[in-house]
Design a protein around this ligand. Structure first.
Ligand code: KIV
Ligand code: NA
Length: 276
């Protein structure tokens, strides 16, 4: 398993950092076998595997249920768990309590929080001091979708671009181990990456970030409704899965499955006695 120090030193050594989301035991196991640097139990799990409308419906219990499955599946990979909607906003004490709950129940290595308000910066400082590495997340922050007014690129005007630069620097100063930049223009993400000593991990933020993160089901096309333009589709597991299930159903209906190789048998003589 990579340590926070190793992850941070990858930036210095100009080695790209790979991160992918995972939400359960098999996805975590496969991502670990593929030797990904870091796993993210994103609150995107709400939409991707639970069928919620947005990440706003995701609870601490959801994150614990899925986060602990991921750490069981990827025992040798650095796992980051998202703190879900409003689980870190009611008060600093409530936020610390929820962080403790998630860390102790999941055995994860770090937590991720969205935004860089004064309240978030204090939380990042407190968590880090308490021994919890924190990954920041700025740009498009889906938990604030209704304030942002939709899922759109952030930092296209001077004011928000400058704000993002300050936010990133403030997160680093507060002790964050890394910052996710979501849907930020390529050049701005590059500028932020150059200014920080901690690694930036981009999603829809161009190729100048120190690492990349994508949603597992997006790159595999596994049961997703639509795919953002910044995603590369590396496989079509949805198509393969649907075809396999169709074939299974057809073979049952047409009595081709199960065959002799799928059966258990007893001696015919024994069966005769049973029938007698
Ligand atoms: O929840 C998630 O999947 C995320 C990544 C998109 C960064 O936060
Ligand atoms: Na998230």
């Amino acid at each position: 398993m990579k340590t926070t120090i190793q992850i941070k030193s990858m930036k210095k050594n100009n080695q790209k950092i790979t991160m992918i989301t995972a939400y359960d035991y098999p996805s975590a196991k496969l991502a670990e076998q593929a030797e990904v640097d870091m796993l993210l139990v994103g609150d995107s799990l709400g939409m991707v595997v639970l069928g919620y409308q947005s990440t706003i419906e995701v609870t601490v219990e959801d994150m614990i249920h899925h986060g602990s499955a991921v750490t069981r599946g990827a025992k040798n990979t650095f796992v980051v768990v998202d703190m879900p909607f409003m689980s870190y906003h009611l008060s600093l004490e409530k936020a610390m309590e929820n962080a403790q709950k998630i860390m102790q129940a999941t055995n994860a290595q770090a937590l991720k929080v969205e935004g860089a308000s004064q309240q978030i910066l204090i939380l990042v400082e407190r968590l880090t001091a308490a021994g919890v590495p924190v990954v920041g997340h700025i740009g498009l922050t889906p938990q604030s979708v209704h304030v942002l007014g939709g899922y759109r690129v952030q930092g296209k005007d001077i004011e928000t671009a400058k704000r993002l630069i300050t936010d990133a620097q403030n997160l680093e100063n507060a002790g964050a181990m890394s910052v996710v930049l979501e849907c930020v223009p390529d050049q701005l993400a590059g500028h932020i990456t150059n200014r920080l000593t901690i690694p930036t991990i981009g999603i829809g933020a161009g190729n100048k970030c120190d690492g990349q993160v994508l949603v597992y089901h997006d790159i595999l096309q596994y049961g997703v409704n639509m795919t953002p333009s910044f995603v590369e589709k590396y496989a079509d597991i949805g198509k393969i899965t649907k075809e396999a299930i169709e074939k299974y159903c057809f073979e049952v209906k047409s009595k081709q499955f199960p065959t002799e190789s799928h059966r258990f048998t007893i001696d015919d003589s024994l069966m005769k006695e049973i029938e007698r």
